[in-house]
Design a protein around this ligand. Sequence first.
Ligand code: NOJ
Length: 541
Amino acid sequence: MTSARSHTEWWKSAVIYHVYPRSFQDTTGSGVGDLNGITRRLEYLSKTLGIDAVWISPFYPSPMADFGYDVADYTDVDPLFGTLEDFDRLLDEAHRLGLKVIVDWVPNHSSDQHPWFLESRASRTNTRRDWYMWADPKPDGSPPNNWLSPFGGPAWEFDEPTGQYYLHSFLREQPDLNWRNPEVEAAMFDTLRFWLDRGVDGFRIDVAHYIMKDPNLTDILPAPPPTHEADFKPLGGYDAWEHVNDKGHPDVHAVFRRLRHVLDEYDGDRFAVGEIHIFDWHEWATYYGNGDELHMPFNFSLVWAEWNATAIRRRIEALEAVIPEDGWPNYVLGNHDEQRLATRYGPQNAPAAAVLLLTLRGQPTIYYGDEIARRETPVPPELQIDPWGLRVPGMGRDGCRTPMPWTPGPGHGFTLPDVEPWLPFGGDADERNVETQLTDTASVVNTYRRLLHIRRGRRSLLSGSIQFIDDLPADVLGFVRADGQERTVVFINFADETRPVRALPGSAMLLSTENGRGHVGTNGLVLSPHEAVVIDAGPVQ
Ligand code: NOJ
């Protein structure tokens, strides 16, 4: 069992809501969401839902080769999304409502249109040449080593005029910055200060561990065959290699310590979470440092877990076993790179997934639209635009990035009725939208609202310990969260059939995902198929 501790930093008790800005709210009729649109919806996040912090995917000037993850200016706003003044208004309004704002920071690579890269590729002697990762061809003209991009093909692009290759861990339009050059680090830390000075509360750091690679550019080696079920998204041919030299070099920890100093120059517990996909739990946990690096690496382990009690419990226990004494767990069930959770786990399990996410020990992140159990939207081939999906069949991310349906009817409250949005809404948006769900007490959005309300009022859920309950039916997960005298018990039924569980004396039902359930019987409780319950189990006996 993990112990309950007192936690004062805001990000430990916060629930984060991830906004993909292209798809949240369009205020200009462009068919693409914008910053003013996010501002308009902040009351929904804060007051209707009860969210604590918003993370916004990149909105910086960009040629949009990777929809904003190719940044051409780290300190401005792309006109498609608005202006810096719009951002300041968003931040003010968020803070007025008590919401924290986390922005995305993409340090591993810029756009190939960033002025730094244009200079870097201009000549071998340019003062910014070494700001990116250039290397000579092998004698036969082939790339300097065998590194690959998960987006398909080699991670190197030959630059004819200067006769060298540059590294791009992702698209060729996303050249990797050379973080071993202190000028790069200083310039990038200044971009952090730019947003910190404006008042942002934190950063989500894109592929954070990629920034340091093997300085000798050693080849990657074939990966040994997997010994257990995959914990992460299968990436096809890319997984046939062990990615030890092309990212996550141990020197990255020193950079993170210096980055933490930058954050700590500011008051208000400015927060950093790293997007760090690592297979090995112990290695993953090293990204907590000694409490002096990023505040946490994102934990994606449940995203690709099978929806069954054993698989889910195994991952939670694996996480709890490696979390350092002063580290704080976190859970992610979906984001702009993953198939929608209602499709992955099955729509019937979406309410129980909400209970799991919001009652586990640690910080939860909710992906926009998951609160209405948005399904993966089928996007016809002619409308598919995600560069990954266009290069590697089956990897498309368009279906999880489609616009938020706020209302029934044309435009769905996202854009003007006669405007074609950048990606389609999908056929179910007339029924599955925020307005319609809010009027239905049994809807998924109302489950999220009740859960968020309950969570806010219960210390055991915010900061308590977690202990699994044994001797339950095999397809039921049960755990106790406890803090001081308060105990909250959670049961989740993963089965398609009813399952009995024993009740705790004096227990009161706080929430059931099955509409109309209101009590815990004296002989225990029979969980309906897919039902999840949250129970006030009274003080520790
Ligand atoms: C991870 C981001 O989440 C993803 O959307 C992006 O394509 C890559 N990093 C490259 O920046």
